[in-house]
Design a protein around this ligand. Structure first.
Ligand SMILES: [Zn+2]
Ligand SMILES: [Zn+2]
Length: 350
């Protein structure tokens, strides 16, 4: 057994290295996944550019990556239902199962969660951009027949969208605004349409993703790099993390409507037009990650043919990770950029 594997490690802002890290020990309940493909997420980009995301900062070298699919390479003695050679997508979240939030069913808010590739706790939870990854068997979800790994790996960001749409409440027939046409905003678009939203308007300051949003079925895709009027809506999803977009959501949502905050904002205090919330009884709710049930639902949606293909804009080998991160950060060129970790073909149906 190799004692080390190649990994993508963030040491500090703008200090990203492809280097060997120690191979992980396999416990009785664990599975070793030969990682085939990983999606670069907005949070990975924030660790790369700023050395942190939201209010979390890198304090020790952090293996990035939490959007992962691959092939089972080894299985612990106590693992049921998974075998060597199975194609799996990895749920990066391992809630404790016993804290107050877990016991209330809000496992995405677990007080003691381990989430792959996150600096939220110290020592950090190391991530999955590595050739081989050991996780609890319960975190491995079989890839449905006919689905490719390059699409299955969208399950993680898709779960974020599924959770966000759940936080919006009843959406059938409602008019919806999404601010931010990055991968999360786009996946919220797909889930909102799937759930029967009356209309979906999406905004961004870059033209290229707006063109894709129109193809995906947005009724309006509006460039807000210049001042632009937005239609009145009942539900808004803030998926850009920008203060200006938060303000736009507050203006667009009518009395009794709801704003779902999905994008992580700047650390600390962010202004919000409070009296609009008071006098219009508008609700502002946060939406953070997803539960295991939502992750499995997302895998099933992909297996049933939800078309995320237009969101995939490129793939780079592990050795070219710096190029991949540069491409992923160029919003005029890229939506979702993937890394490839092995010779397993991510485009082959399983
Ligand atoms: Zn992600
Ligand atoms: Zn918990």
């Amino acid at each position: 057994m190799a004692t080390s594997v190649q990994a993508v490690v963030a040491h500090a802002a703008h200090d990203l290295r492809v280097e060997p890290v120690a191979a992980q020990a396999l416990g009785a309940r664990d599975v070793e996944v030969r990682v085939a493909v990983g999606g670069i997420c907005g949070s990975d980009l924030h660790y790369f550019h700023r050395g942190g995301v939201g209010d979390f900062t890198i304090r020790e070298p952090l293996v990035l990556g939490h959007e992962l699919a691959g092939i089972v390479a080894r299985v612990g003695d106590a693992v049921d239902g998974l075998a060597v050679g199975d194609a799996v997508v990895v749920d990066p979240s391992a809630p404790c199962g016993v804290c107050r939030q877990c016991r209330r069913g809000r496992r995405n808010l677990c007080l003691d969660v381990r989430f792959l590739g996150s600096a939220a706790r110290f020592p950090h939870a190391q991530g999955g951009f590595r050739e081989r990854l050991v996780v609890d068997g319960a975190q491995c979800v079989p890839v449905p027949p006919g689905l490719t790994l390059e699409r299955a790996v969208f399950a993680e960001p898709l779960s974020v969208a599924v959770h966000a749409v759940g936080r919006a409440g009843a959406i059938l027939g409602r008019d919806v605004l999404i601010t931010g046409a990055g991968p999360i905003g786009m996946l919220i678009l797909l889930v909102a349409l799937h759930a029967g939203a009356g209309s979906v308007t999406i905004t961004d300051i870059s033209e290229a993703p707006l063109r894709v949003a129109r193809r995906l079925g947005a009724q309006a895709a509006i460039n807000v790099s210049e001042p632009a009027a937005l239609p009145p809506v009942e539900i808004a999803f803030e998926a850009s993390g920008s203060e200006a977009a938060l303000e736009a959501c507050g203006e667009a949502v009518g009395p009794g409507g709801r704003i779902v905050l999905v994008g992580l904002l700047a650390p600390g205090l962010v202004p919000i037009a409070g009296n609009r919330m008071v006098t219009g009884e508008r609700e502002v709710v946060g939406s953070f990650r997803f539960t295991g049930e939502e992750f499995r639902a997302a895998v099933a949606m992909l297996g049933a043919g939800l078309d995320v293909g237009p969101l995939l804009s490129g793939r780079f080998p592990l050795a070219s990770s710096l190029d991949a991160f540069a491409a992923a950060g160029d919003r005029d060129r890229s939506l979702k950029v993937q890394l490839q970790f092995s010779d397993v073909d991510p485009a082959a149906a399983r």
